[in-house]
Design a protein around this ligand. Sequence first.
Ligand code: SF4
Ligand code: FES
Length: 319
Amino acid sequence: MQTNLKVKRFNPGEPGAQPYFQEYSLDVHPDSTILDALIQVREEVDGTLAMRCSCRASICGSCGMRVNGRARLVCKTRVEAVAPNGEQLVIEPMGNQRVVKDLVVSLDTFFDQIKRVDPFLKPDSVPEQGEFIASNESMTNLLISMNCIMCGCCVSDCTVLEVDSNFIGPAALAKAWRFTEDPRDGQRDERLKKLNDEDGGIWDCTRCMQCVEVCPKDVAPMDRIMEMRDAAIKAGNRNTSGYHHTESFYNSVKKNGRLDETRLAIDSAGWTNIPRLLDLAPIGFKALLKGKMPPVMPHKAEDKQKIKDLYEKVEGEQK
Ligand code: SF4
Ligand code: FES
């Protein structure tokens, strides 16, 4: 079948080089993956094209790239599945990571993020004899995160990292979850506190779901982050703007059936935190000028009683 590739090329090692797109049209076997097509380009058309791959079986995590704007393992993605009629496929290096050449990105950012969560067990004590016995259930639970092949697709498409490079990132936070859940670890509370307090920690995720959608191994990093938020709150970590934001959101929808945006902003900053409140002032002023200032007295939903009933039902079930 015919395939048309539009590949982003860039060699930062060349003085003055700028990124550009190069197009390739070629005949590929109907069962070809995008990786097969790229290898065919490199072997038959253009030996200068740089890419990274190894297992070709979605195990090693080397071949993450952006295909039509979305991170994928190209060895797991068949050409026919995404371009059945020869539509153009735009292939770019993964996002949020430094390009080494063409489709190859540096793994430095990825592993720097992983290192931030101390990705190793910190047991309180080691049994004098024998070994630490963990239940089958607890180990099976860890598989959710241990299935991660460190491909970096979630980091590539994380919308928070796009604007805040200090965010620990979805893959590293899914790794952190693995250690907070491991019964052999003795630092669960300390880990949760650190992830809760740290700038760039669990409260910086905006729940955009991108990491869940692109992860080829169903690690669902965002779900792991939400579980750590719950665990951190249960462990008593409530003095963060993230927690205040969640609490304010919950209370205002419960009370009015709608979000009270003015109160949400002030609650999140903290009523006594003058510097943070002052930070909000320019945003409020801009919103006012553009006619987007939320009302001081919150709108109330017409069917707010229904929402209240829902809350009471869920709260009753939780008890
Ligand atoms: Fe890749 Fe998923 Fe691991 Fe992220 S969590 S690095 S997307 S396998
Ligand atoms: Fe190993 Fe794609 S080449 S995961």
